[in-house]
Design a protein around this ligand. Structure first.
Ligand code: FMN
Length: 217
């Protein structure tokens, strides 16, 4: 029905929390693939699939989603996390909006998968500034999406961010945004292992502490 109404593409958000201890990871993965295959068999417009990060081997899952028919992967679903109200002993359904720190997870995974899995990538999660947009594209995304930023600061942020992206590209002598796409993907960076190593040693060596052991900012 969506296709007949004139949509150019479909984004399928698969949001499933497997709470049954008897259900294996392989069975959960198969459910995702079956849904993608079923939907793809019944439409002729491109299909993007939005998923969360909680798979044992995300790279393998991404490849199988592509083989099942996903033309694009939207990375990552941000599952709403319930909190507790200690006084009322209730589970509270409040929603915390994201910040730019949360971009790191999709940034890493798009960088790793770009050029390896034959789909277009969209990043959703933690995109708030023009720098975030540029980072996402350099990781390999064709699209960066914003939700929290627009809820907090209004849709006029889009125009400003587009202008700032254009200014940055011009200052750095890029001909187009797409010229930057994938330039920081794992296959294109000087140190591909940086996406995989924990690298705490390097981080800690750069830190300074005051005499009481508190980290200096
Ligand atoms: C109030 C609210 C409603 C949302 N509703 C949906 C939804 O219906 N479908 C969906 O795929 N994602 C939904 N999302 C998730 C966003 O599309 C987005 O993936 C997520 O918020 C992470 O991006 P952000 O860091 O820019 O907020 C919703 C997010 C918020 C904050």
């Amino acid at each position: 029905m969506i296709e007949q109404a004139g949509a150019d593409a479909l984004e399928l958000n698969i949001y499933y929390i497997p709470t049954d201890p008897a259900l294996t990871g392989a069975e959960v993965e198969q459910m995702y693939l079956d849904v993608v295959r079923d939907v793809k068999a019944n439409i002729s417009i491109p299909l993007a699939v939005k998923v969360g990060p909680f798979f044992s081997s995300f790279a393998n899952m991404a490849m199988r989603l592509a083989k099942a028919g996903a033309d694009g992967l939207v990375i990552f679903n941000r599952f709403y996390q319930p909190d507790f109200d200690l006084e009322r002993l209730e589970v509270v359904p409040n929603l915390t909006l994201s910040n730019s720190h949360e971009l790191r997870l999709p940034l890493r995974w798009v960088s790793i998968l770009y050029g390896k899995v034959p789909v277009d990538f969209a990043i959703t999660r933690g995109v708030h500034t023009y720098e975030d947009v540029l980072k996402g594209v350099m990781a390999g995304a064709s699209v960066t999406m914003m939700a929290s930023e627009l809820l907090r600061n209004g849709v006029q942020r889009i125009g400003l961010i587009v202008q700032e992206v254009a200014r940055w590209l011009e200052e750095h002598e890029y001909q187009s945004l797409m010229q930057a796409r994938g330039s920081m993907s794992q296959q294109n960076v000087a140190e591909p292992a940086a996406f995989e190593r924990a690298n705490y040693m390097k981080v800690l060596q750069s830190w300074k502490f005051d005499p009481t052991g508190v980290l200096l900012r």
